[in-house]
Design a protein around this ligand. Structure first.
Ligand code: ADP
Ligand code: MG
Length: 386
């Protein structure tokens, strides 16, 4: 049995004195398509082997007790007297999911929960979605209800939007719920349909954690979203029935540039060109044209740096160092931005050498230690057999 699952089950036994089920939901790395999800666009993430586990067992009442091993804290919640807003701590992710599951018609039983994770927190690998989706899986299982991946992803997104107060798109929850081992998912965030994009066995997704996380990340994220909405509002008179930047081509944006203040124009240019790059990366991966996929990733990084302005000097350094290293097809920041991780598409045989170059270079260039993870796409949420 999985060591992390055994530890979580053991902790559960000590605290609550019964045998739990163990639900698992992974973190993710986004290969390309940043901030496009809430613009009804395209993204291409893969679920990771890093995951959050929730050991759980039902209670006869309507109380939820959740203990997080990494926080070493216990929080409680009464499903019959749910607070309308959270307490502004980690338990909001869990209780927000419970509230939104009930609002979506899933009548829950009380439960005891123990949370364990090996997803790095706050690094852009989506420990938040892993916590939401694993909690949803555990709560539904404890209540004898089915786990419907796409419906659950939407409910978890609602929890993060309306209970935690982070206006994230659907990508993280979707891939955590629906991921497929060996493949990235090309997700159409308007239709919520996805296609598997196999990652060839001679390719590795090398994740480098800058260990930098800027405090204002959440506020900046929401501000980017507002800039995109403002762009749609200003373009509507010229372009007619557009609902989101998904409906705007790069050509249409250029033709109507004069309608937009420069800052809004650049925000929009990132989104419309990024959507095109996601589709190009998908085509390239399927064709085995890894260089073309890498070029799209490099262009994505430049667009996030110059137009969307969501990178920072440390992740710029890591991405640019990787881009200049032999054996790397492409590299970019991954996740919401303002710190966090880069992802590089790397020839499997070059992983060790590239990792060393990134660690050494980052220490010299930025005076910090980068953690490197050599990742392969894993499955989405499910029950771990005990
Ligand atoms: P990311 O999703 O990139 O990791 P976020 O800021 O969106 O970063 O989410 C990180 C937050 O999620 C943490 O600060 C914490 O509140 C919560 N969280 C994630 N995993 C756990 C866990 N295992 N136990 C408690 N809280 C967690
Ligand atoms: Mg998150």
């Amino acid at each position: 049995m999985n060591v992390q699952a055994r530890d979580a089950a053991q902790e559960f036994g000590h605290r609550f004195g019964r045998r739990p089920t163990v639900s698992r939901a992974p973190g993710r790395v986004n290969l390309i398509g940043e901030h496009t999800d809430y613009n009804d666009g395209f993204v291409m993430p893969a679920a990771l082997e890093f995951a959050t586990l929730v050991a759980a067992s039902p209670r006869p009442d309507r109380r939820l007790n959740v203990y997080s091993m990494i926080m070493d804290e216990l929080r409680s919640f009464d499903l019959d007297a749910p607070a309308a807003t959270g307490r502004h701590d980690w338990s909001d992710y869990v209780f927000g999911v419970a509230v939104m599951l009930e609002r979506a018609g899933r009548r829950l039983q009380g439960a005891d929960l123990v949370v364990s994770t090996d997803v790095p927190l706050g690094s852009g690998l989506s420990s938040s979605a892993a916590l939401e989706v694993s909690s949803a899986h555990a709560l539904l299982t404890a209540s004898g209800l089915p786990f419907q991946p796409i419906a659950v992803a939407k409910i978890c997104q609602r929890a993060e939007n309306d209970y935690v107060g982070m206006r994230c798109g659907i990508m993280d929850q979707y891939v955590s719920a629906c991921g497929v081992a060996g493949a990235a998912l090309l997700i159409d965030c308007r239709t919520l349909e996805s296609r598997n994009v196999p990652i060839a066995p001679n390719l590795k997704l090398l994740v480098a954690n800058s260990a930098v996380r800027h405090q204002h990340a959440g506020g900046e994220y929401n501000a980017r979203r507002e800039a995109c909405e403002e762009g749609v509002r200003l373009l509507k008179p010229a372009l007619g029935a557009i609902r989101a930047l998904r409906d705007v081509t790069p050509e249409a944006l250029e033709a109507n540039r004069k309608l937009l203040p420069d800052l809004i124009y650049r925000r929009c240019r990132h989104i419309v060109t990024e959507n095109a790059r996601v589709l190009e990366a998908e085509r390239a991966l399927i064709a085995g044209d890894f260089a073309a996929c890498g070029a799209a990733m490099n262009a994505s990084h430049a667009s996030m740096r110059d137009d969307f302005e969501i990178t920072c000097p440390e992740v710029d350094f890591l991405a640019e160092l990787a881009q200049a290293t032999l054996g790397v097809y492409g590299s970019r920041m991954t996740g919401g931005g303002f710190g966090g991780c880069t992802v590089s598409l790397v020839e499997a045989g070059a992983v060790k050498r590239v990792s060393q170059i990134l660690v050494d270079g980052y220490r010299v260039g930025c005076g910090r230690d980068a953690e490197i993870f050599d990742c392969s796409p894993s499955d989405g949420a499910g029950l771990i057999p005990l």
